[in-house]
Design a protein around this ligand. Structure first.
Ligand code: SF4
Length: 359
């Protein structure tokens, strides 16, 4: 046994804690993230899968994502649709077009629409409110928004229009790295957005990027613990992938798939009752099939891309994104197949958070 392998006592204690929804310490998380012994890694993946099954069940919930605008007022250093990327063809779907796309999802078994865009202020409080109300009136879909930072009053208004959930990632819990990579943002303000949403009773998702330049393995442990501290309903994580049209094109390198899957598995151990998607970034070239692996290592949500095909090439937050050449229904059928071959079922109903009794 190598010096770095995990002891049987450590494994037994970890198992006992996570199956009772007790947190792990930073040191314990770091040990799990650093462990590369195949025997230990397999144990970790098996435990993450069992924790997922015990707390979240075997159903995989589908959230169809519509990336309806790639305009953004901000300049995050890692992002392909940042304001200063002049090589990008900008687009903005109309409300009618978005509603039509949402309506097409329902017959495909999708029960949630995720409306995502850059921070496009043309979609202000009122226009976005109209969009939410129309989708709620014309479909039975749950509505998730992922539109970035807005004030509390706007979040409250969107909740009253029918928004069920909101996704806004903190990206890293390392304040210095956050400041360096987000010229338009403030770390405390970002966390305040998350806390406002929780406080307003909106099911709240956040998460982080794995391997951002300047971060350490201890930072990832903090990221995982911050997800627990925030009591998130959903947690989205994915690898940092340098985009050629950003200031980070030559900085840092993407983390390997195995490491990312370990981070996902440990995130599940520390956050047993949160929805965790197998994000598209797990499938980014050259890792086709990464999303299925994610579903076997703690994830329980899949987000087929429902963005009309003609826009997909223009919404690449990172290069090598999966499914940019396919169309909506094709993505839904492919999703069904991916879940079937894992022996899992597709979730029925909206798949709301299990943390709030009222749902
Ligand atoms: S990460 Fe979000 S806020 Fe930042 S540039 Fe990209 S779309 Fe805009």
């Amino acid at each position: 046994m190598s010096e770095d392998s995990l002891s049987e006592i450590f494994k037994a204690e970890t198992e006992s804690k996570v199956l009772r929804n007790q947190s792990l310490s930073e040191d314990e998380i770091v040990s799990l993230l650093m462990s590369e012994e195949p025997r230990d890694v397999n144990w970790l993946y098996d435990l993450a899968d069992r924790v997922r099954a015990r707390f979240m069940g075997d159903a995989v919930f589908l959230r169809g994502i519509i990336e309806f605008s790639n305009y953004c007022r901000k300049n995050c250093f890692y992002c392909g649709i940042r304001r200063d990327n002049r090589r990008l063809k900008r687009y903005r779907m109309t409300v009618d077009e978005i509603v039509r796309t949402a309506i097409e999802m329902e017959p495909l078994g999708i029960t949630t629409v995720v409306l995502q865009s850059g921070e496009d202020m043309r979609f202000n409080r009122d226009l976005t409110g109209e969009l939410i109300r129309r989708i709620k009136a014309e479909t039975d879909l749950a509505v998730t928004l992922s539109l970035g930072e807005r004030n509390r009053e706007t979040y409250e208004y969107w909740r009253d229009c029918g928004t069920d959930r909101y996704l806004i990632r903190f990206e890293t819990s390392n304040r210095d790295v956050f400041r360096a990579l987000h010229p338009d943002d403030d770390y405390d303000k970002r966390l305040n957005c998350i806390r406002n949403l929780k406080d307003l009773g909106v099911q709240t998702g956040s998460g982080f990027m794995i391997g951002l330049p300047g971060t350490t393995i201890e930072d990832i442990a903090h990221d995982i613990l911050l997800c627990r501290e925030l009591n998130l309903d959903m947690i989205g994580i994915g690898p940092f992938i340098p985009h050629p049209d950003t200031p980070l094109s030559q900085v840092g390198k993407r983390p390997g798939l195995e490491f990312c899957l370990r981070v996902l598995a440990v995130t599940r151990l520390v956050n047993p009752d949160a929805h965790i998607p197998a994000t598209t970034a797990f499938d980014a070239h050259p890792h086709k099939g990464g999303r299925q692996l994610a579903l076997q290592r703690g994830a329980n949500v899949f987000m087929p891309n429902m963005t009309p095909q003609k826009y997909r090439q223009s919404y690449q937050l990172y290069p090598g994104k999966a499914c940019v050449d396919e169309g909506g229904a094709q993505c839904a059928y492919c999703t069904q197949w991916r879940i079937d071959i894992l022996g899992r079922t597709i979730g029925e109903g909206p798949g709301h958070t299990i943390k709030l009794q009222k749902f």
